[in-house]
Ligand binder design. Structure first.
Ligand code: ADP
Length: 400
């Protein structure tokens, strides 16, 4: 029997999972997969460690509105039925919000779960799904050690000035500060930076995580000193569906003059804005890049303008810049988006090598560029698997 760690990343409409060996080797995952279309028409895909398809299922026998919890149990059923040589001995979860309390991964206990429930209002589209996966596993596999790994933890090294809003200070004391997110992705990139740029990894680096959600992190000595997201994952860059940084006066206008309810505004800012809102076509960058529509072109231009602008602000926080890293779906795959962003950074001496950029090479700048620009695939699941292994002794005592 192979002892394995189940890694779960429950997003707003998908559940990504990976199974890693519980032994301390860094070999790739045994199985990876995704349940997509949660709440609409779920589909289920899984591959083995060599990338061979194990299952590709429309899940027609399941209620289309099945919850994240139901689908997590369905995943467990599949793992038990079709992978008899594997025993799940622990689980690790991506949890979006750990507030100020959690600066490290933690073994989930009823007290921890209760604290995490308190952050649901700060991440309404993610936190409830993260927690429902934990609860579903606890119900089915009582005693299974579970570890929560937070997107906010990596940023707790930020100086206070980077965390504060210019609001009455009592609010900061209550926790209305800039937390920052995508920390698991940044932690992975920080862990491999040295392989790419040697000693420069300890210098001033900005990582651009450009996926459906998007943010940037300014690192000095591989630690976060500033980031583009804030109190919630709505702030900062323009994203697939989220607006990013917005004049708060627009929110007041929508409520006071256009009569929108708070729920309507929340829906508009989280689900109907960003690339989708500006293009009126899609939240998916690939679709927009392939569209000849002028609105798609404008949405991409705004996306890149805003990204270059946020990057400029993070250069200020670092007092200069040695390297930029692009990661996640758009950052890893779109040469065009990287080019549009980097063209706006030519004043800093960023000089792309066009052919290396076109083939998503690990380094995409010329030898004379003053700043190295890299393309590094992220791996949040590996960070979680390692955290679970590291908490092994605590897990053993929690299980006994
Ligand atoms: P998530 O935040 O869900 O993990 P991803 O990191 O997978 O998201 O990023 C999804 C985004 O990446 C989508 O906008 C998608 O269009 C974009 N993307 C993926 N592949 C490409 C590609 N080859 N060219 C341009 N964009 C791409």
């Amino acid at each position: 029997m192979k002892r394995a760690i189940l890694v779960l990343n429950s997003g707003s409409s998908s559940i990504k999972f990976a199974l890693y060996s519980a032994q301390g080797d860094d070999a790739g995952p045994l199985i990876t997969g995704k349940i997509a279309g949660v709440g609409r028409a779920p589909t289920f895909k899984a591959r083995d460690g060599e990338g061979r398809t194990l299952v590709e299922d429309g899940l027609e026998d399941i209620d289309p509105s099945a919850s994240h919890g139901d689908l997590t149990l369905r995943l467990l059923d599949w793992l038990e039925k079709h992978n008899s040589g594997i025993e799940v001995v622990a689980a690790g979860h991506r949890v979006v919000h750990g507030g100020r309390s959690f600066t490290q991964p933690v073994v989930v206990t009823p007290d921890v779960l209760q604290l995490l429930e308190g952050y649901v209002s700060l991440a309404p589209l993610h936190q409830p799904h993260n927690l429902s996966a934990i609860k579903a596993l606890a119900k089915r596999l009582a005693g299974l050690p579970q570890v929560a790994c937070f997107d906010t933890s990596f940023h707790r090294t930020q100086p206070r000035v980077a965390e504060l809003f210019a609001l009455p200070r009592a609010l900061a004391d209550e926790g209305v500060i800039r937390y920052g997110f995508h920390g698991l992705s940044y932690e992975y990139i920080a862990s491999v930076l040295g392989d790419h740029i040697g000693p420069k990894a300890e210098g001033r680096v900005i990582v651009a995580h450009l996926g459906n959600g998007a943010s940037m992190c300014a690192m000095q000595g591989r630690r976060s000193v500033a980031t583009s997201m804030g109190f919630t994952a709505l702030h900062g860059l323009m994203m697939g569906r989220r607006c990013g940084t917005l004049d708060a006066g627009v929110v007041l206008h929508l409520v006071q003059n256009k009569g929108l309810s708070v729920d309507d505004v929340q829906h508009m800012l989280y689900r109907e804005s960003g690339l989708l809102g500006v293009s009126g076509i899609s939240n998916n960058m690939q679709v927009l890049l392939e569209s000849g529509d002028e609105r798609a072109r404008e949405a991409i231009e705004l996306y890149c303008y805003r990204a270059a602008g946020e990057l400029g602000s993070l250069v200020m926080a670092l007092g200069g810049l040695d390297a930029i890293v692009f990661t996640a779906g758009i950052g890893e795959n779109s040469a065009y988006v990287r080019r549009l962003i980097c063209e706006r950074l030519s004043w800093m001496g960023v000089e792309l090598n066009a052919s290396d950029n076109d083939r998503n090479a690990p380094k995409i700048t010329t030898a004379s560029s003053t700043i190295d620009v890299l393309v590094v695939p992220t791996n949040e699941e590996l960070v979680i698997a390692k955290a679970v292994r590291a908490l092994d002794s605590e897990l053993a005592s929690a299980a006994s």
